[in-house]
Design a protein around this ligand. Structure first.
Ligand SMILES: [Zn+2]
Length: 485
């Protein structure tokens, strides 16, 4: 039996991090809590006002294009997208239709159609009858968001699963964060996804009817909504029904999509060139200058972390997502190199302690990396001491905790607490003899074949040395003496 398959294209909006809004001098502050503070006649859509293009917003979209391997367009202009809605009172949104800033490119194997620039709308809020802010149902509108620069990226219908869609959105978020173009926090609405979803049978992957799902405000919602639509559309077709071309919303609580309206097509918006804004023209020299501002990007960083430091994929993944943590790690690694302990084994040891122990403590104590008492130099020194067998792993873990809780450098802590690894066999043998003499019944049990008794004796020795002796060495010495007796 043939199986239904998915075809997905994404449209992703991201609010750009600029000082001011897209076409006026109002502050672009996504954290402003008080409504209608950062507003002026331009972003309120008053008649007779004139927009001015924000150069920095244009640059951010072009930089995103460079990061995605796209073609930056030498000529580009803005268009009016006409529609009425209370959150867009001038009756149109300034967007780009015919000549966007950026064409083509790809990310995670998904082809990108275009990236363009537009203005965000105001935010409307609908109060129910039970809301304390109003005696009866009401709608509020906040213009702080109106006119905030908004990047829109459209992909080709290349995506074939819900998981792949989610991974694309996550990868894009990271690229935008690396570029400093957007925080792209989905929970705060700084990044918003829409998915065009259809299902098909056979070989013609564009043969299904496209349904657009809007308001996907988390990565989870992207994945869940696509899974839901796949089920819904497949069931409809299997029962002999037809998928209707429409726009659907996502209900987070019900985990279901719902019909909003039949889909309008581009001609419904009556796009036409924005007469109040000039044609934008760019030179190769300008593009070269922008290219020089592109930092190391997530994929390149992941590759470097695994190639250079031999980090496993999980560790590289964690570091790729956290700027502060990865800076801590890079400093640690360069310290290790300076000391000449830059071998693969030393990096492996360092990454194990970094990922499981230090990260574990950071999580336990809930300290931001920037406020840690332990610094990369001290952490690297601890690893070096461990690597050179100056301390045991048991001691290393205790010292690490001490460094996180009260700070200090590891050699002083080890010195003060007398935790240096005891490897002198004379000292260990004397200690072993003392413990054997004090525990005759354990020795008798061990000789009868009770292995736990030996473990008990090892434990006694560990206690005596405060964990500063290697358990394997202790075991060896103990068995040697017991057998010799
Ligand atoms: Zn304004």
């Amino acid at each position: 039996m043939q199986e239904y398959k998915l075809t997905i294209g994404l449209e992703i909006h991201a609010e750009l991090r600029t000082n001011t809004k897209m076409f006026c001098g109002c502050k672009n502050d996504p954290d402003e809590k008080h409504p209608n503070i950062n507003i002026c006649p331009v972003c309120m859509g008053h008649p007779g006002t004139l927009p001015v293009i924000n150069k920095s917003a244009v640059e951010q979209v072009q930089r995103a294009g460079l990061a995605l391997g796209s073609e930056l367009q030498k000529k580009s202009h803005f268009d009016r997208k006409n529609y009425f809605y209370p959150d867009i009172p001038k009756g149109y949104q300034i967007s780009q239709y015919k000549d966007p800033l950026v064409l083509g490119g790809s990310l995670k194997g998904v082809k990108i159609t275009r990236v363009h620039l537009e203005e965000d709308t105001a935010r409307s809020q609908h109060l129910g009858s039970s809301d304390v802010r109003s005696e009866r149902p009401a709608s509020l509108v906040d213009f702080n968001r109106a006119g905030v620069p908004l990047m829109e990226l459209v992909t080709e219908p290349d995506i074939t699963s819900a998981k792949q869609a989610r991974e694309f959105a996550e990868a894009l978020q990271l690229v935008l964060q690396y570029l400093g173009a957007s925080e792209a926090n989905m929970e705060k609405g700084e990044m918003r996804c829409e998915a065009n979803i259809s299902v098909y049978l056979g070989a013609e992957r564009l043969s299904g009817t496209k349904v657009e799902v809007k308001n996907l405000n988390s990565f989870r919602a992207v994945e869940k909504a696509i899974e839901y639509e796949f089920e819904r559309q497949t069931k409809l077709l299997e029962e002999g029904g037809k998928v209707k071309q429409e726009t659907r919303g996502w209900d987070e609580n019900k985990e279901a999509t719902f019909s909003q309206r039949s889909k309008e097509s581009a001609h419904d918006y009556r796009y036409f060139p924005e007469p109040d804004l000039p044609l934008m023209e760019f030179s190769e020299e300008y593009f070269d200058k922008l290219r020089a501002t592109i930092p190391e990007l997530p994929e390149a960083k992941r590759k470097r972390l695994t190639d250079e430091y031999k980090l496993d994929t999980q560790a590289a993944e964690i570091l790729m997502h956290d700027k502060d943590l990865s800076a801590f790690w890079e400093k640690t690694a360069s310290e290790l190199k300076e000391w000449g302990s830059g071998s693969d084994e030393a990096f492996k040891l360092a990454s194990n302690y970094f990922i499981s122990d230090l990260l574990g403590l950071i999580k336990e104590k809930q300290i931001p990396v920037s406020e840690l008492l332990i610094d990369p130099e001290n952490f690297a020194e601890l690893i070096k001491m461990l690597f050179n067998n100056e301390i045991t792993s048991r001691v290393a873990k205790d010292v690490l905790r001490h460094m996180v809780e009260v700070g200090g450098d590891p050699s002083t802590i080890v010195e003060e607490k007398g935790l240096k690894q005891v490897s002198d066999s004379g000292t260990l043998e004397a200690m072993a003899k003392k413990i054997i003499d004090a525990n005759p019944s354990a020795i008798a049990d061990y000789k009868k074949g009770k292995q736990q008794s030996l473990q008990f004796l090892v434990g006694q020795m560990m206690k005596e040395t405060k964990g500063a002796a290697n358990p394997d060495t202790i075991k060896e010495i103990l068995t040697k003496i017991i057998r010799g007796v």
